[in-house]
Design a protein around this ligand. Structure first.
Ligand SMILES: [Mg+2]
Ligand SMILES: [Zn+2]
Length: 191
């Protein structure tokens, strides 16, 4: 009899953009002060729902402010730490970020799939049960590139992006914020 691989169920997960999705972003302003980190009103309630439903949560963030010389990596990490502190009752399984400026032509900047693919492999995720939530077209392209469903939130840059890239974004679910995105995901599960 052939030896069967262990039937570990493949994990489900939600990838989250950081700025404009989890934490408040004033479009065009690079957040570099941990004291200025603010969650959106419905961030915590949305993430708690997903976490309690068994989704592993990952932050995947472009932090080109580092590559552009606006702030250093330690400053960015202190912003991340401040965000994690505010996410009480929610476990963020992992954080990935791209520190490069667009002109550095790196392999990790969203929408390139590298950050997502590493997580999918490392955590044995089932992409059919995974989602990417973000406020930009590049987040939706990233979702497509890692073959998970993309959800555009209308916080941060979301509303403007939805207008500007209406045609490109029409096939992605639009949700007002993380709470409504979480509800969408959980409703989908019972269908
Ligand atoms: Mg964003
Ligand atoms: Zn990069």
């Amino acid at each position: 009899m052939p030896i069967k691989e262990s039937k570990t169920p493949l994990n489900k997960a939600v990838f989250l953009d950081r700025d404009g999705t989890v934490i408040f972003e004033k479009p065009g302003v690079y957040l570099a002060d941990p004291k200025k980190v603010r969650l959106y009103k419905n961030t915590l309630i949305g993430l708690k729902k997903l976490y309690k439903a068994g989704y592993k949560l990952f932050i995947v963030s472009n932090q080109s402010g580092i590559g552009r010389g606006y702030f250093d990596e330690d400053t960015m990490l202190s912003v991340m730490a401040s965000m994690l502190k505010k996410l009480k009752g929610v476990k963020i399984e992992g954080i990935s970020y791209c520190p490069h400026a667009p002109n550095e032509k790196c392999q990790c900047r969203k929408p390139l799939p590298k950050m997502g693919k590493q997580i999918i492999k490392g955590y044995k995720l089932n992409t059919k049960k995974c989602f990417m939530i973000g406020d930009k077209k590049s987040d939706m392209e990233f979702a497509k590139n890692i073959k998970v469903e993309g959800i555009l939130v209308l916080t941060g840059n979301g509303r403007k992006q939805a207008k500007k890239y209406k045609a490109e974004l029409k096939n992605f679910k639009h949700c007002t914020d993380l709470k409504s995105a979480a509800n969408y995901i959980l409703d989908k599960e019972v269908l």
